[in-house]
Design a protein around this ligand. Structure first.
Ligand code: ZN
Length: 347
């Protein structure tokens, strides 16, 4: 099965071996210490809380302060995505966090774009007729000033033809203040960039509605709490706002107490477009194919729901219409004749 990973954080998705190697170089792990154990201790565990999860990014962000490290991690992430069945990845990160050792925001962004391009090249080296695309989404962080957010949106617009396709609002949802970012996010949308907002992860359904109505979100990251409010689900369904559902992550941050209690099916039954995504491949120890397995084995997803999610991951991508249609066709074919929804758009 093929699909897009529309919600994957660069700084949460390092390979274990790379995390350990970079940590040894940085002196975080003594040469004789067990690297695997170091990586294991950093991983999220169920019910940690959003703020505890976010604090672990201090380690990975600290390791990603050079062009070389950023390029490497972006390249490896794209290669890993390809092997996982992902044919379009939207990698998000906040360039400001990677300027502690002298890189400019543009340097950091350029390194990630270059690494992603190298990853696509590597992925397709043995299958030149296959499809793989990788794009970058720039994250604005909760708590930033309107001016800081505006500067990041300007950077995203400057790099719009070079691989940046959208902006995101990420971080601690307890700080959610959509009015502060309405103007910069409107500028991003006016420039043709996609807008995605983390909402309804650690906050209520009102945050999801505000993300749509005030920030003009085209997609919502997580959106778990939307399921508690029929009006918010109608809003998402009516405006065709897709929710990026990240099951393992939701379990780890405590957005849900168990995957059996996850409202994935409730959202889909209400007509909300849903695309499964990974969020943080390293921290959550997951892959997109694993998330789909969990949807079926733990969250009650039917084959039909899986097929819909796969096709939504094409339709909701921040790509030109032709590319979305091509991905829709590709994913529809990969679902096989057993699916009521695939192959799609073949007639
Ligand atoms: Zn996220």
């Amino acid at each position: 099965m093929l699909a897009s990973d529309l919600h994957v954080h660069l700084d949460g998705s390092l390979r274990d071996g790379t995390l350990v190697a970079l940590s040894r170089n940085a002196g975080l792990i003594p040469a004789t210490a067990d690297g695997d154990e170091f990586a294991r201790r950093l991983r999220f565990r169920p019910g940690m809380s959003l703020s505890s999860c976010l604090s672990r990014f201090d380690v990975t962000v600290g390791l990603l302060q050079t062009r070389r490290a950023l390029e490497r991690v972006a390249r490896e992430l794209v290669c890993d995505c390809y092997l996982d069945g992902v044919r379009h990845a939207e990698i998000r990160f906040c360039p400001v966090l990677h300027t502690r050792e002298g890189l400019s925001r543009s340097d950091a962004l350029t390194a990630v774009i270059r690494g992603a391009e190298q990853g696509v090249g590597e992925a397709l080296a043995s299958a030149p007729t296959d499809w793989m695309s990788a794009r970058v989404v720039i994250s604005v962080l909760e708590g930033m000033s309107e001016e800081e957010a505006g500067a990041l949106v300007d950077l995203a617009i400057e790099f719009a033809d070079l691989g940046v396709v959208g902006v995101d609002l990420a971080g601690d949802e307890a700080l959610f203040d959509p009015a502060r970012y309405a103007r910069p996010f409107a500028c991003a949308a006016d420039a043709g960039l996609g807008v995605t907002v983390h909402a309804g992860e650690g906050g209520d359904a009102g945050n999801v509605a505000a993300a749509v109505e005030i920030l003009g979100a085209d997609r919502i990251g997580h959106g778990v709490s939307a399921a508690s409010d029929p009006g918010t689900m109608s809003l998402l369904a009516d405006r065709n706002v897709a929710v990026e559902v990240c099951l393992s992550s939701n379990l780890h941050t405590g957005a849900v107490g168990s995957l059996g209690a996850h409202p994935l099916c409730t959202l889909v039954e209400a007509g909300v477009p849903v695309a499964l995504a990974t969020d943080n491949r390293f921290f959550s120890g997951t892959s997109l194919s694993h998330e789909y397995e969990l949807a079926i084995s733990e969250a009650g997803a039917s084959p039909d729901l899986v097929a819909r999610s796969v096709l939504t991951s094409a339709d909701a991508a921040f790509l030109p219409n032709d590319d979305r249609a091509a991905l829709h066709e590709l994913y529809g074919s990969s679902l096989g004749p057993g699916s009521s929804l695939g192959p799609a758009r073949s007639e």
